[in-house]
Ligand binder design. Structure first.
Ligand SMILES: [Zn+2]
Length: 186
């Protein structure tokens, strides 16, 4: 095992214990950064004023969001799990259960899907969902529209299985939540 994949393994094991317990330290480990340098690069000024504390919270949030994105994109080989689009700038680490509904799971990669912007938005507002067999379902609202774009972006993927992730499968529990509470219905 290379030192890089050892590091990966160590990080993933750490995450699997507690998805919210990663913060700055894991990012340091990933990037092999020096802590002082990292803090300086991120304008991370430690002081005891409220402003300083707010800043620390913001930096941690940004680090976490970056890390979640990295994990999710890498889990799907930087490819949309539905349509295979693979330009990183057009990819989103989408949450299955919206993080506003469950903050505890917002960094859990089992709650993440790598989707292109179109499929992320459609998933987010319930125009599509993924069922427990990891197949794409399309809402009536979309199906009622008859045109080539809808066919090309959605209908051709109906009931097709998602791309298989490398490590973290989407959690059935989170998918069920999406099917029941966010999906607009077939
Ligand atoms: Zn896509």
């Amino acid at each position: 095992m290379s030192s890089h994949s050892k590091l990966d393994k160590q990080i993933f094991e750490e995450f699997s214990k507690d998805w919210t317990n990663l913060l700055v330290e894991s990012e340091l480990l990933l990037e092999n950064n020096d802590k002082e340098e990292f803090l300086k690069d991120n304008n991370f000024i430690v002081n005891k004023t409220q402003k300083g504390i707010d800043k620390i919270v913001k930096v941690k949030q940004r680090v976490n969001q970056n890390l979640f994105r990295k994990m999710v994109l890498s889990n799907y080989n930087e490819t949309c799990a539905i349509c295979n689009l693979n330009h990183p700038k057009l990819l989103v680490a989408s949450h299955i259960m919206p993080w506003s509904k469950n903050e505890k799971e917002r960094l859990n990669p089992h709650n993440g899907l790598c989707l292109c912007s179109i499929h992320d938005k459609s998933f987010d507002i319930g125009l599509i969902t993924i069922d427990k067999n990891l197949e794409l379902l399309i809402s009536n609202e979309l199906k009622q529209i008859k045109n080539d774009s809808i066919d090309n972006y959605f209908n051709i993927y109906e009931e097709k299985e998602l791309n298989i992730p490398k490590k973290f499968y989407p959690s059935i529990e989170f998918l069920q939540y999406h099917n029941e509470h966010i999906f607009l219905g077939a």
